[in-house]
Design a binder for this molecule. Structure first.
Ligand SMILES: [Zn+2]
Length: 110
């Protein structure tokens, strides 16, 4: 992709979306369809008198959640947050807070 904007050109590497079916991160029972977008680079090019200045931007990996959980009813937003949080360990208190916010009884051992 290439756009001309007042002397600035933006080149964007087309990112890929990978279709996956995963277990619900909340209840581990429901099947969730997601699109996983691995991290990708974008170049921004600015025309300057000496030539062109290229700046590289890295976009973090992302998830798109396609359906809510048929088992526990977790919303797409809740599942997306859980997937993104999954990158770092969650403390017990954080998990309890999140599950309470999602309206899921916390006496269920996950
Ligand atoms: Zn679920």
């Amino acid at each position: 992709m290439s756009d001309n904007l007042d002397g600035h050109e933006v080149y964007t590497q087309k990112y890929q979306e990978i279709d996956e079916t995963i277990d619900c991160p909340i209840c581990k029972k429901g099947k969730i369809e997601i699109k996983r977008i691995p991290g990708w680079y974008e170049w921004k090019v600015s025309r300057i008198s000496a030539g062109a200045k290229r700046t590289k931007f890295f976009h973090d990996p992302k998830f798109k959640v396609m359906n809510k959980c048929p088992e526990c009813g977790a919303s797409r937003e809740t599942i997306k947050e859980a997937l993104e949080k999954g990158k770092k360990p969650e403390t017990k208190d954080e998990r309890k807070k999140r599950l309470e916010a999602a309206g899921i009884p916390t006496q269920i051992e996950m």
